[in-house]
Design a protein around this ligand. Structure first.
Ligand code: NAD
Length: 283
């Protein structure tokens, strides 16, 4: 049976982006949040994002109206009734996610696939609280969801081949290119990206090159669209430190040691763009 309706739990940055992409692809969407204000904000973000697409001639006014009409906002999990796929995209905290997954499990149809957009929590661990852990999978979207082409699909130890195949088919329905990774800290993309950024910070710390030269080097020498230190500022240095810490502890391997300069910057409150200063200045 193909998926006609999607539930999205969490109406924040990622949740409303996922809801938008599903609605534009012609699916009914129930977007849920614990906070009524977050639901209202999430719906408003979808509306203005679709409006922008219309202004850029990427969507017709009629398609915008139809997509908006397909999204409902709720604080009640009963809205998940009839959803063939439910994607959890709430706050990155294991306790919160485990609680939400139990609530989803109660409200979901027996044959629904349940997915999480977590970027760092074990898919295998989250699956273990569900009645049918074989129906659980990681769907790691990238920010901003409507712009980014990739969907990283993560199989937990319990994920069935059927759940995996249906998830790949769904990625195609919503116009994303999927790659598959096995459950492991950072999955595949962040496992490569974040240690590279950490290495760029070591390179700066050791005085091998200036921040500008490191970024220019990686842009012009490796064709990256943005240098690693500028990307660090965009992601947030506190977030990067937390991810490196997960690798360091998760693998028990000193090769994932966070750069001391990264710790130092976070301790100083230089978190990147969001604080106005990181490896570059954003005054
Ligand atoms: P966010 O803070 O923008 O939104 C989280 C939302 O979850 C909030 O609206 C909050 O009210 C809601 N929430 C909290 N507890 C809830 C509950 N019990 N029930 C329902 N809703 C609840 O966060 P975000 O950036 O959208 O991140 C969401 C998830 O996506 C996280 O797991 C994060 O790791 C992952 N992720 C984020 C990014 C990113 O760049 N922001 C990229 C990939 C994956």
């Amino acid at each position: 049976m193909s998926i006609q309706k999607v539930g999205v739990v969490g109406a924040g940055t990622m949740g409303n982006g996922i809801a938008q992409v599903c609605a534009v692809a012609g699916l009914q969407v129930a977007m849920i949040d614990i906070s009524g204000a977050a639901v209202t904000d999430g719906l408003a973000t979808i509306e203005s994002s679709l409006e922008r697409l219309v202004r850029k001639d990427k969507l017709s006014a009629a398609d915008r109206a139809a997509a908006l009409a397909r999204v409902s906002g709720n604080t009640d999990y009963a809205a998940l009734k009839g959803a063939g796929l439910i994607i959890e995209a709430a706050t990155e905290n294991p306790g919160i996610k485990l609680r939400i997954l139990r609530q989803i499990d109660e409200a979901a149809e027996d044959d629904a696939i349940i997915a999480t957009n977590t970027s760092s929590i074990s898919i295998t661990l989250l699956a273990a609280v569900l009645k049918q852990p074989e129906r659980f999978i990681g769907m790691h979207f990238f920010n901003p969801v409507p712009m980014m082409a990739l969907l990283e699909v993560i199989r937990g130890l319990q994920t069935s081949d059927e759940t995996h195949a249906k998830t790949l088919a769904f990625a195609q329905t919503i116009g994303k290119t999927a790659i598959t990774a096995r459950n492991s800290p950072g999955f595949a993309v962040n496992r490569i990206l974040v240690p590279m950024i950490n290495e760029a910070i070591f390179t700066l710390q050791e005085g091998l090159a200036t921040a500008d030269d490191i970024d220019t080097g990686m842009r012009l020498g490796c064709n990256h669209p943005i240098g690693p230190l500028a990307l660090a500022d965009l992601i947030g240095l506190d977030t990067l430190l937390a991810v490196m810490q997960v690798f360091y502890e998760g693998f028990n391997d000193p090769k994932y040691r966070p750069a001391p300069l990264l710790r130092e910057m976070v301790a100083a409150g230089r978190l990147g763009r969001k604080s106005g200063r990181g490896f570059h200045s954003y005054a």
